[in-house]
Design a protein around this ligand. Sequence first.
Ligand SMILES: NC(=O)c1ccc[n+]([C@@H]2O[C@H](COP(=O)([O-])OP(=O)(O)OC[C@H]3O[C@@H](n4cnc5c(N)ncnc54)[C@H](O)[C@@H]3O)[C@@H](O)[C@H]2O)c1
Length: 367
Amino acid sequence: VNGFRRIPHSDPVRVLLVGAGGMGRTWLDLLRRHPDTELVGIADLDVAAARRAAAAAGLPTGSAAASLTELAAATRPEAVVNVTAPAAHHPVTLEALGLGLPVLGEKPLAATLPEAVELVAAADRAGLLFMVSQNRRYEEGLWHLKDLAHRLGGPGILTHEFFKAPRFGGFRDAMAHPLLLDMAIHNFDAARFLLDADPVAVYCEEFNPEWSWYAGDAATTAIFEMTGGVRFVYTGSWCSPGLETSWNSSWRVSARHGSARWDGESAVATAEFTGESAAESAGEGGRPNRAPHQHRHPHPSPPATGIAGSLSDFVRALRTGEPPATAARDNLLSLAMVHAAMLSSAGGTRVRFGELLGDLYPEGELT
Ligand SMILES: NC(=O)c1ccc[n+]([C@@H]2O[C@H](COP(=O)([O-])OP(=O)(O)OC[C@H]3O[C@@H](n4cnc5c(N)ncnc54)[C@H](O)[C@@H]3O)[C@@H](O)[C@H]2O)c1
């Protein structure tokens, strides 16, 4: 983020919501009750859905329309939350930036990588904040695991498992890459956060288990080389009944001085320290602690859980001018992990991020 316009007051930020679908209604509830925001209008191509949502939120008539542009003059917004379907992220975010409004957008940043690069450049040109909500970053247990991983001497291997068996019955059942496009962005982004590292190369295989009820590949395994030589091994499936993981997956970190685990559900991660310096940092009286235990050190915590964490970070950034953790420019690398994995799987080759991003951003501005 090359600097962006701040909101110079501490009153609630006037927000227009775009998208009154399933996730739009979850955002609507948050924007209504959050002390830092005032919901001033709702846009959706499906105007009836926008009107129903506005009425349910107790907004006056005239606060719902098919587009942002129709609402902007009357509602005097200061920011936009974009919760439209992925294909609409590009046009709606451009429209908001064109109106001079900063944007907090749902994942994924955009439906394709070239569209994502265009949006990042457009926000820079406009001097406006564009942030992607990666709500699964804002989990206490993930922050705890990250702290443990670094206390253990820095992670060398991160493994991830996501095994669920939901019967969505909607667009996910029909799409070509349901796991990689719809879900894995959360986990790839969380891995970058946890490791404080960026992707270097990936080898990936997507496939559809014989019993899968999805049209596209519902299962994936990918090996990422991350900066510093760290390996992130991702395995996931949308069609695996039995012993299901939590929605936040199941994680294991291996480091020089021991290992740590998080089940994705509880706020607590566990670790086993084996080396001397780890024993010191564990604060266990200098003796190595070989039993899994609940780490007693205070560790950093997210500002709030889930989308409320994203919203807090967005408002803080608008007020202070300090970029949020998931500014769109940074988030391009998480999205690139999804598209590089698909490329690798389609071609049966290892894909290097330098080449992939160099093609998109010839000036090398990105890296
Ligand atoms: N972070 C999470 O946990 C999470 C969970 C679910 C969905 N999502 C994301 O939220 C977004 C919306 O998902 P959903 O499940 O609510 O989908 P949905 O299909 O229920 O709703 C999308 C809405 O966008 C509207 N829309 C489409 N194009 C538009 C345009 N050009 N202008 C205005 N409105 C437009 C549609 O009419 C629809 O009402 C997606 O990006 C999805 O990936 C995130």
